[in-house]
Design a protein around this ligand. Structure first.
Ligand code: AP5
Length: 216
């Protein structure tokens, strides 16, 4: 028996924040496509360098390389009981590939919480975001500040601001989301997997709604 959850929603709505919390409370692996690209970039791999050229422009990394990266990640042992997917799939081709990959492990996408918030909130959240250099833990200067400025509470590593969190890049990412990822709302709604969650609430309230939705 496996459980695969896809967190869907625009840039900055809180997918990563919630995925981290849900992974801890469900013991499922947390797979973030953005974190995997950033890890590759940190390690200066070819994939990282390729991904950066798209990420800096706020565009999606091509489907073929993204799908291969996630397929490889899903084959790791920590995904045997399932995973929380954060940032993947982002196009119908990626969603089809995920369905095929999970079928190989006799799995399927079980639920797709679709987290929403207005554009001004997304800009405010990404504008104040700080991310931990070592493991990608997420903070916000106002809504979720670290105990010590610039230092991750969990592993003590440096906090930094993502290059793609500049306002103009975030605006582009939102446009790309609307054009290329929004079709997945209908994709998963027609398959009976979609659950809408209002992301314009405090982190704890969003978590409560998500946990309730995952139980139904
Ligand atoms: P990725 O890293 O996936 O970015 P994203 O989807 O745009 O989402 P974000 O990480 O910006 O936001 P989030 O929803 O996780 O919000 P968070 O929890 O951090 O992708 C980056 C790039 O990589 C893409 O542009 C693309 O180039 C490439 N890429 C990645 N996946 C790809 C794919 N599948 N295909 C092709 N290309 C891909 O929260 C944001 C802030 O708000 C934080 O500061 C947080 O503390 C705060 N916050 C969270 N929740 C709340 C709340 N309820 N109230 C107040 N503050 C909150």
């Amino acid at each position: 028996m496996t459980t695969f959850i896809v967190l869907l929603g625009p840039p900055g709505v809180g997918k990563g924040t919630q995925a981290e919390i849900l992974a801890r409370s469900t013991n499922l692996a947390h797979i973030s496509s953005g974190d995997l690209f950033r890890e590759n970039l940190k390690n200066q791999t070819d994939l990282g360098k390729l991904a950066k050229s798209y990420m800096d422009k706020g565009e999606l990394v091509p489907d073929d390389v993204t799908i291969k990266m996630i397929r490889d990640r899903l084959k790791r042992d920590d995904c045997k009981s399932g995973a929380i997917l954060d940032g993947f799939p982002r196009t119908p081709a990626q969603a089809d590939a995920l369905e095929k990959t999970l079928a190989e492990f006799s799995g399927q996408v079980d639920k797709v919480p679709y987290i929403t918030a207005a554009e001004d909130i997304l800009i405010e959240r990404t504008g104040g975001r700080f991310t931990c250099r070592a493991s990608g833990h997420i903070y916000h200067e106002t809504f979720n500040p670290p105990v010590k400025v610039g230092v991750c509470d969990i592993d003590g590593s440096e906090l930094y601001q993502r290059d793609d969190d500049k306002k103009e890049t975030v605006t582009k990412r939102i446009r790309v989301y609307l054009e290329q990822t929004m079709p997945l709302v209908e994709y998963y709604r027609t398959r009976g997997k979609l659950v809408e969650i209002n992301g314009d609430q405090a982190v704890e309230q969003v978590t409560q709604k998500l946990l309730a939705a995952l139980k139904t």
